[in-house]
Ligand binder design. Structure first.
Ligand SMILES: [Zn+2]
Length: 98
């Protein structure tokens, strides 16, 4: 089935083992679009865990206007799939591209 958000964005501590241990519907990670994937890679905050569909956050998110601590906290929220973190990520992507 096609989805609007075809790319998996998984926590930094995940390995390929965790990828196989979870499903996309269990809320263990979030999903992003191809456009978001390109932007995150350009910002250097993610790397490939399973090419080309599964991206993993790098430990520190060097995002403009965010301290490393905030970035780590955000990453932790992303791990939990928190809706506000997803919204904030979308906002940061807009800021970065604008
Ligand atoms: Zn997924």
């Amino acid at each position: 089935m096609r989805t609007r958000h075809p790319i998996c964005l998984v926590p930094v501590h995940w390995t390929q083992r965790e990828v196989h241990a979870h499903s996309c519907s269990d809320g263990s990670h979030i999903h992003i679009t191809y456009a978001e994937k390109r932007q995150l890679i350009a910002q250097g905050v993610v790397d490939y865990l399973v090419y080309p569909r599964v991206l993993r956050l790098t430990r520190v998110m060097p995002l403009r206007g965010l301290s490393a601590k905030t970035g780590e906290y955000l990453a932790m929220q992303l791990y939990d799939g928190a809706a506000w973190a997803r919204t904030m990520l979308a906002h940061m992507l807009r800021s970065a591209s604008g």
